[in-house]
Ligand binder design. Structure first.
Ligand code: ATP
Ligand code: MG
Length: 141
């Protein structure tokens, strides 16, 4: 399945995130692709709103990983921008999170490509012409 959305505001990106939430199941990995500032973390804020999380999502750029408890599953939000080796991802419990039924969202998945499962949901965020324009591509095998 591939869906392409052309959005014109953060709120419209959050509406796409609300659609993606319907695809999430325990153990799902969601790979968030896009340049610096493309809107990966902002998209995750939309995921959090749709999941009715109490705590707002903040960027895990420095912590590498943030965890949230949704009613349906644990949400783990990772940012691999600063990852030096895929082994470091395993060291912080990536595989266990998936095994234990968390939904694991990964910014900069290219840093650990071999660890992204074949059935992952891929989200591609691209800047459009105007400041708040984004093209969001949602792919699921
Ligand atoms: N339609 C939109 N969707 C998402 N973000 C948008 C949109 N329009 C404007 N923005 C803004 O773009 C910025 C995106 O920053 P964000 O931190 O989400 O990017 P990121 O892809 O996570 O970057 P990084 O790789 O540095 O973590 C935010 O300031 C957000 O408000
Ligand atoms: Mg980010």
């Amino acid at each position: 399945m591939q869906n392409i959305y052309n959005v014109k505001s953060v709120e419209e990106s959050w509406a796409v995130a609300a659609e993606v939430v319907k695809l999430l199941k325990p153990g799902t990995v969601m790979a968030l692709h896009g340049d610096l500032g493309a809107g990966k973390t902002t998209f995750m804020q939309g995921i959090a709103i749709a999941l009715h999380l109490e705590r707002p999502v903040t960027s895990p750029t420095f912590t590498l990983s943030n965890e949230y408890n949704a009613a349906q599953f644990k949400l783990v939000h990772m940012d691999l921008y600063r990852l030096t080796s895929p082994d470091d991802l395993l060291a912080i419990g990536y595989a266990e999170h998936i095994e234990n039924g968390a939904v694991v969202a990964v910014e900069w998945p290219e840093r650990a490509e071999d660890l992204i499962p074949a059935d992952a949901i891929h989200i591609y965020l691209e800047q459009g012409d105007e400041m708040e324009d984004r093209r969001i591509i949602v792919e699921q095998p």
